[in-house]
Write a protein that binds this ligand. Structure first.
Ligand SMILES: *Cc1c(COP(=O)(O)O)cnc(C)c1O
Length: 449
């Protein structure tokens, strides 16, 4: 059969995959017993085309980052035009229109009060930057007041995820973030229980009892509180009550602690609001953006902060913020981010997300009754099925490919977070595939891990 998706012969494909298996690390994957990888030829709209010929409807948005689909003419054009001028220039002493325009957009779209933008290369780095900003701010405050510096720790909730670099990892969930392996080198921070009242359930102040007590007890040591607004993503797609985040804002104000909102997974419409902080009507002191920032095209992240923080840091002993990545303000990334944000606003993203949410509610919620299912959850363009058992990733992945979809579950969680341009038919194909594997014993591990 003629395969339009590749010029590679089956034997060339096999030798590429063999080299990959033996020499190339993949995320969270063993090198001695690796999970299989599928060779991709190209991707278009919401489909990923495998070199072996299968066309898969993408339910993952390439780790939650694609908004307008793959190979989008407007995004391609932005990249081509920018690369014809320059792909990159150093950001020390030089600046350019693509970066400036992007920062203008970010300041105007994010909640009021975030007026200064620090561009960096990935989500984890934007979290490092946020944490460093908070610590340098507290250092400058203590210096100004001529008081000893005590606010040197971070505070967060369990079940969170903020990235894989060391500072970011130190505020990830201690168990799933594997803190025991790095115990001797990780900074020690404070952890409150994860928010337990779900989005849409009835609020009770019981959910913040321990949080409030920990704030009261340790605020003298705490520089900043960091949290993923509304959605704990990697921690299991758990959606929590907006009142919880409101309470975090109030407690931070009361105890002179900075609030860092990690909107890397939630930013740009995913949850039904442009930024998830809007569900609670709050402005954080510092906000991290990444993932969807370039519509899934290239790595780019941003850390926004208030003028007050920027000014305090700049008036401190160092006289500046001590950070500056080589590829800061990369012109290609900024150009494609500008084009992606323009598309988002032009495309009526609210209707797109609303349509996805309606279909997900209609087709995922009934699966709650399935014997294997513990819970189903839908918010905005995110739909998740939490199973009673963890999945057998290799087997379930194989089945999804056979069913013509790309869905990559983790632990007991089978979830989708599709590009916003997906249509109802494609969305139903994704959910049908999820429903199909629920009936297949070999897709699940026997014990609940
Ligand atoms: C993905 C993610 C990060 C890390 O971003 P990278 O680009 O992978 O470094 C940080 N925080 C949250 C909430 C994320 O979802």
């Amino acid at each position: 059969m003629h395969n339009k998706h590749t010029d590679l012969t089956p034997s060339e494909q096999n030798s590429l995959l063999l080299f990959d298996k033996e020499n190339v690390w993949h995320p969270y994957t063993s090198m001695s017993e690796p999970l299989p990888s599928y060779l991709v030829d190209s991707a278009n709209g919401v489909t990923i085309n495998l070199a072996s010929g299968e066309e898969l409807i993408d339910g993952m948005s390439s780790w939650w980052s694609v908004l307008h689909g793959y190979n989008h003419p407007a995004l391609n054009k932005a990249l081509q035009e920018q690369s014809a001028k320059m792909s990159h220039v150093m950001f020390g002493g030089l600046t350019h229109k693509s970066a400036i325009t992007l920062c203008e957009k970010l300041i105007s779209l994010t909640p009021d009060g975030l007026d200064k933008v620090f561009l960096s290369d990935s989500g984890s780095v934007s979290v490092e930057v946020a944490m460093k900003m908070a610590l340098q701010y507290q250092h400058a405050v203590a210096e100004k007041k001529k008081t000893p510096l005590t606010k040197t720790k971070l505070f967060t909730v369990k079940n969170g995820y903020h990235g894989d670099t060391f500072a970011a990892m130190s505020v990830c969930d201690p168990v799933t973030g594997m803190h025991q392996i790095f115990e001797q080198v990780l900074m020690q921070h404070y952890f409150a229980p994860a928010p337990s009242i779900k989005f849409g359930d009835k609020w009770s102040n019981n959910d913040i009892t321990e949080l409030s007590a920990l704030f009261e007890q340790h605020h003298n040591e705490i520089a900043a509180f960091i949290i993923e607004p509304i959605v704990q993503g990697t921690g299991g797609m758990r959606f929590y009550h907006p009142e919880y985040l409101k309470a975090c804002r109030l407690l931070c104000d009361k105890y002179d602690v900075l609030l860092i909102a990690d909107e890397i997974a939630t930013g740009f419409g995913r949850t039904g609001k442009l930024f998830a902080c809007e569900w609670s009507g709050i402005t954080p002191d510092i906000m991290c953006l990444g993932k969807t920032l370039t519509g899934g095209y290239i790595t780019l992240a941003a850390t926004l902060c208030s003028s007050h923080i920027a000014q305090t840091i700049s008036e401190g002993a160092a006289g500046c913020f001590m950070h500056g990545p080589t590829f800061m303000g990369n012109a290609l990334a900024c150009a494609v981010a500008n084009a992606s944000i323009d598309l988002l606003l032009a495309n009526d993203w609210q209707s797109q997300v609303h349509a996805i949410e309606e279909t997900l509610v209609e087709h995922i919620t009934p699966l709650n009754k399935h014997v294997r299912v513990k819970d189903t959850r839908v918010l905005g363009s995110i739909g998740a099925i939490e199973c009673k058992q963890s999945v057998n990733v290799a087997q379930i992945q194989k089945r999804f490919v056979e069913l013509g979809v790309w869905i990559r579950p983790f632990g007991p969680l089978i979830y989708i977070i599709p590009p916003l341009i997906i249509n109802t038919e494609q969305l139903k194909t994704l959910v049908n595939a999820m429903a199909t594997v629920l009936d297949e014993d070999e897709c699940f591990n026997l014990i609940n891990e």
